[in-house]
Design a protein around this ligand. Sequence first.
Ligand code: DNO
Length: 350
Amino acid sequence: MLMSFRWYGANDKVTLEMIRQIPVIKGIVGALYDIPAGEVWPLRSLQDLSGTVKSKGFTLSAIESIPVHDNIKLGSGDFDKLTDNYCQSIRNMAKAGISTLCYNFMPVFDWTRSNLAMNLPDGSNCLSYDDAEVLAMDLSKGTRGLPGWSTEYDASDLKRLMDAYTELGSDGLWTNLERFLKKVVPVAQEVDVKMGIHPDDPPWPIFGLPRIICDEAGIDRFLKIVDVKHHGLSLCTGSFGVSPANDIPKMVRKYSAAGRIHFAHIRNVRINGQHSFNETAHPTECGSLDIAEIVKAYVETGFDGVMRPDHGRMIWGETGRPGYGLYDRALGAMYLAGLWEAFKKGSRHA
Ligand code: DNO
């Protein structure tokens, strides 16, 4: 297992020098942020990123994420060209020595929250989601200023995209995912890059748009599309975990034993009702997920992929990128590393 930390590059307030002082972190999860979706990620830029990370004593353990262009997900327009570009980016990753790729297949919106700074009783704040608040959001002006959405669309682009996905439906989305994977995974296999899809977050349809990687049935269907090891999961406990039907320790055990989890995102969440939750500190006692059982499942199945603490709260007065401050993620990393060491010493993999 390679304990890693997400870093948003030279503009991140959380610097590599700071991350280096978290004793357990060996890997950096990074990305290029200046390449428009659909274009090839240049070898030179990937090598530079890797060199920067190495110069501070880390490995560039994963790319999170190379965005999948909407025309791929919609199966429209320049699908073939965009998919070829994606393949070339994977080849370039391999040449730059990067082994793991996270991506997602969520229509229009990536992860979605209704509040980026919900106040907690201890004075910290966290990300939260409530269906009623999300559905009340005004999309008539596009996504500008709405919480959590990484891509900004103006009103007419947003409407066009949302209509296209609504018409496509989940069957169409599955078909396009399959077309994409059948071209891309053989390349990933050839150059030895492990691909891990990130689940839909939250794992239910929002604004009537299809979402397909939400539960075990979805994962089983997904993994069978191309039944090879390089085609796997970025298993995010907090994304799947807000749905009480998802038994996360069981899912980790099943897919890790099968060698199909390449990237472990670990965070805790508190379920407050149907389609309503807030994020919490990592320890089991703080939320609805049994993080100890989850880490135990990883240890006992011999997980050897990349792991990172996921979203943290904002604590000790820190301000910055929601979910991605330094302090609470550092606490999370230490907690996860402590669990890992304890279970490892007690297990047959010791
Ligand atoms: C949010 C992240 C997601 C994730 C992408 C992966 O904090 O977990 O934005 O990076 O969905 O493609």
